[in-house]
Structures are given as structure tokens and as C-alpha cells.
Design a protein around this ligand. Structure first.
Ligand code: CO
Length: 135
């Protein structure tokens, strides 16, 4: 398995407007894109920086796993996402290698297919991203 570049680094926040304002001041050249990911009960903002991005993630429901993360640990580093070419193949091979998969099948993310590896095997929540092909 080869993981590509770091697609994005995600920070859990409880106030997305305040966080966007803070990071936009810190990163004035970043292009900002906001979107909601309904099935994960989060609202996100991507601050794109060259070939990587910072993702600010805010829970939209107390049932969201991000809400539980913030309740337990406070705001802070939530996950790192690596780009992969073929997410299904990556999941099969990482599973065979003994990594604990949260998702055996990829699901729809903000920019394509995503799947998560459990922090028990990686130290931090890891996301795999296979970008949607655009023609
Ligand atoms: Co992410």
C-alpha cells in the first residue's frame, strides 16, 4: 500500500465561524470552502494551501462522533487524511496488514470516497481519501 501526500489535517472545533475567522487571519492566502457532510453530522471548512488543506470540523449534533471527541478531549487535532488512488484496494491491504478499519467499505466524503482507520492502530484517527474523478 502506498499512501500519497497528506490530503488534509483536521481540527475539531465547536464554533466554525470563529475558527474560520481565526485560521483565515493566520492563513490569508488560503482558499476557503465550506460544506456540510450530513451522514457524519458535521459541518466543515477547508482552507486549501497548495496541495494540502486544513479541515475545520464542527459537529451539528451531540450524537456526532466529533461532538463526543470534543466533549472528551476538547478542541484540537482530530485526524490526518492521506490520499490514495484506489481506496478499496487500500482497505483490503491495510486490513490484511493488521490495521484496524473503522470502515470496511468506503463512504461518501466531502470530496470523494473516504474511509477511516481506528486510532488504536495508528495513534491518531487516519482518513483515506480517494478523490472523485472529474472529467
Ligand atoms: Co477529513
Amino acid at each position: 500500500v502506498t499512501l500519497g501526500r497528506i490530503d488534509h489535517t483536521a481540527i475539531a472545533v465547536s464554533d466554525l465561524d470563529a475558527a474560520v475567522a481565526r485560521y483565515a487571519a493566520l492563513l490569508p492566502d488560503a482558499a476557503i470552502e465550506r460544506t456540510a457532510v450530513a451522514d457524519q453530522q458535521v459541518e466543515v471548512a477547508f482552507l486549501r494551501l497548495g496541495d494540502t488543506a486544513l479541515e475545520l470540523v464542527k459537529p451539528t449534533s451531540p450524537d456526532s462522533s466529533v461532538a463526543r471527541f470534543i466533549a472528551r478531549r476538547g478542541e484540537g487535532l482530530h485526524h490526518i487524511a492521506f490520499e490514495v488512488d484506489d481506496i478499496r484496494e487500500a482497505l483490503l491491504r491495510l486490513g490484511d496488514m493488521g490495521f484496524e478499519l473503522i470502515d470496511r467499505e468506503p463512504r461518501a466524503g466531502a470530496h470523494g470516497l473516504v474511509a477511516f482507520l481506528h486510532p488504536r492502530s495508528t495513534g491518531i484517527l487516519v482518513e483515506l481519501v480517494q478523490h472523485a474523478v472529474t472529467y
